[in-house]
Design a protein around this ligand. Sequence first.
Ligand SMILES: NC(=O)c1ccc[n+]([C@@H]2O[C@H](COP(=O)([O-])OP(=O)(O)OC[C@H]3O[C@@H](n4cnc5c(N)ncnc54)[C@H](OP(=O)(O)O)[C@@H]3O)[C@@H](O)[C@H]2O)c1
Length: 333
Amino acid sequence: MKAATYHRYGGPEVVSITEMPRPTPGENEVLIKVHASTVSAGDWRLRSLEVPRGFGLAVRAFAGWSRPRQPVLGGDAAGVIVEKGAGVQGWGIGDAVVAYPSAKMGGHAEYLLMPAKGILALKPERLSFAEAAAIPFGGLTALEFLCDKGRLKAGEKVLIVGASGAVGSAAVQLARHLGAEVTAVCSGANAALVKDLGAAHVVDYKAHDLADLAARFDIILDTTETAPWSRVRHLLTRRGRLLVVSGGLGSMVRMLFNRRIIGGVSMGSTEGLERLMQLVKEGAFFPLIDRGYAFEQVARAHAHVDTGRKTGAVVLAMLPEQQAAGAHTAHLE
Ligand SMILES: NC(=O)c1ccc[n+]([C@@H]2O[C@H](COP(=O)([O-])OP(=O)(O)OC[C@H]3O[C@@H](n4cnc5c(N)ncnc54)[C@H](OP(=O)(O)O)[C@@H]3O)[C@@H](O)[C@H]2O)c1
């Protein structure tokens, strides 16, 4: 099978398409023919080792000290189950699914092995494979931070910093769906987009200093490392929480002493993925897609993600028709 592989850390040029053996599912695994994946901020970090300050050693220890242990990136995938192990129940050949191998990666290949009890859900018919692949990374992270870590309640005021990214665009929609009043921080160019996603107010970070906002928030969710506690604590209500999706070692240390600063790594869950798919079916959530690239253009897709300017997800289309599907902002209603 074809796979996009990398064998050293570095820029987009370290990724190239190579041949690998097609995997065979074990007793409790399914083999998915991947139709679409994404190049995410997670792929960028694991490829480049550009990680928040203080995390370099930990990421090397996880990903491989001098070279990557897992040569195939891709934490999202959508495709069709084509083989399954003898012990697999609940999944059938031909099922169209969305999968989240997450940090185990492997989605940038023609075939992906997943544990049958891994983070897998049926793809709603109304979504193309490209649209489905665009959901897990941003959607599951936003869901876990807002609900499990942040315990968001209806009626709360939420400030989302980085609202036009993959995590932020999902967070705006989910917070709004859960009954929060959302203020989105993004550049002026993306203001209309985030309003469309459900933000009641928009702050252009290029024109205004966050620290000068007069409003107070029950939750601040930061995906950009620009809202550390020292800069935004006066914007929080008495019980307000700062959710650090992206932050350096300083934030981690502060978390040890301050229960209102909440961070960590989102692992995703099957329940979370099923919940997102249900929201899609109800018309309450849709994936924001920046653009799609053909599989052969994987290095170009990485280069675009490296700019840090993408809006939502960048889709990697393993089948040509999924590239077209990924080249728009996918409003479903
Ligand atoms: N903790 C976890 O488990 C976890 C999970 C997933 C992701 N993450 C991390 O979360 C971060 C965000 O991920 P992502 O996928 O959402 O990234 P992304 O899609 O690459 O974010 C890009 C977006 O961020 C916006 N942006 C950049 N600087 C900004 C600023 N100062 N204020 C407001 N918006 C700004 C950009 O808008 P403009 O072009 O308009 O600036 C762009 O639309 C990454 O660092 C990632 O590693 C952590």
